[in-house]
Write a protein that binds this ligand. Structure first.
Ligand code: ATP
Length: 341
């Protein structure tokens, strides 16, 4: 992939309006080669519109998108060759068989016959669809249909994969299969997925862009976002020992550590302590080694960090609060839409 630049997706000051509605409002972001990025946002945030512009199916009013260094607006055909796209609801021709469909799509992508034959076997294997290869698409379960959509998207080994809500409507078991499938693309293809399913984004993505009202309101790894929104990490530790000197021992262990709460002492001599830190790195190992070295017995240690859902709500609330007064609805009208989780 020598000719593929480090930034496979470059979005710069993108604007899309539908009449008087601004669906995408000056959006800028980049995605690196091999990175998995999640677009997270409430209904109507502008995720699908952004994805359609990225794939060249919808023109923007302003701004630019480059895929593998090429501007989409002036080179729609050439950029589409670098993209595998699974649109929302993943429409499939109902009366084709799985292998026929992949063959048809591969030929449309101008893949040579011999290469396509081998690649279809590969993607069927990768997407766990081998035993379904002769089945009619219209009779497949929702989970299998989604996997056919992913198989089609990765068929021509594009540098960029774009998936709009790839796990919508799937049961938890199918979600895990699709999630693992997406994770297996890490490092090989750049992947953008949009989702309302917050744990899924957290599990699968290296980086999250939270979108609200067509703008990015927060971005970073799930851990970065938690820190940015809440400014600290919380640990809960169950320990026994002389807790009167715990606060001082924690400061000695790491100057950023604070004791923010200490539960009741149980009959077995253990109490639960809540610790806060602003340190960017994980202090778990330091605590596990340092507390016993200072005479404490540690029974358990865990993060008590805010979920990505808390981050999402904080970010969308923050973006809401940052709006000008005349952009807010009148008293009593509903606030920012909540995600359909
Ligand atoms: N073709 C269209 N014509 C007019 N308005 C549109 C059109 N497509 C989308 N919109 C509006 O643009 C805004 C952004 O829609 P978009 O579908 O991009 O959001 P989304 O984040 O993908 O939401 P969802 O998760 O509900 O699909 C919404 O207010 C939507 O109603």
């Amino acid at each position: 992939m020598a000719d593929i630049p480090d930034n496979t997706i470059e979005v710069s000051n993108l604007v899309k309006t539908y009449g008087s509605l601004t669906a995408v409002n000056n959006l800028s972001f980049t995605v690196k080669r091999g990175e998995i990025v999640g677009l997270l946002g409430p209904n109507g945030a502008g995720k699908s519109t952004t994805m359609r512009i990225l794939t060249g199916y919808l023109p923007a009013n302003a701004g630019s998108v480059r895929i593998c260094g090429l501007p989409v607006a002036s080179h729609p055909e050439a950029t589409r060759r670098h993209i595998g796209y699974m649109p929302e609801n993943n429409p499939l021709p109902e009366d084709l068989r799985v292998s026929e469909y992949l063959w048809f799509r591969g030929r449309l992508k101008e893949m040579p016959r011999a290469k396509l034959r081998a690649r279809i076997d590969e993607v069927l294997e990768l997407c766990d669809l081998k035993r379904n290869r002769h089945r009619i698409l219209g009779r497949l379960s929702k989970g299998n249909r989604q996997r056919v959509g992913i198989a089609e998207a990765i068929l021509a080994e594009p540098a960029v994969i774009i998936m709009d809500e790839p796990t919508i409507g799937l049961d938890p078991h199918q979600i895990i299969i699709v999630r693992n499938l997406i994770a297996s693309l890490r490092g090989r293809m750049s992947v953008i997925i949009s989702s309302h399913i917050l744990p899924e984004i957290e599990e699968t993505c290296d980086r999250v862009l939270i979108i609200n009202g067509g703008r990015i309101v927060a971005s970073g790894s799930p851990a970065d976002l938690r820190r940015e929104m809440f400014g600290h990490t919380t640990y809960r530790v169950e320990l026994a020992g002389d807790t009167t000197r715990l606060a001082a021992d924690l400061t000695a262990l790491d100057p950023t550590l604070r004791l923010s709460g200490l539960g009741e002492l149980g009959p077995d001599g253990f109490a639960t302590a809540t610790l806060l830190t602003e340190a960017p790195e994980d202090l778990g190992e330091k605590l596990l080694l340092g507390l016993p070295a200072r005479g404490y017995r540690v029974r358990s240690l865990g993060h008590a960090h805010p979920s990505l859902e808390d981050v999402f709500l904080a970010a969308t609330r923050r973006s809401w609060d940052a709006r000008l007064p005349d952009q807010k609805p009148t008293e009593g009208a509903s606030r920012a839409p909540l995600p359909k989780v």
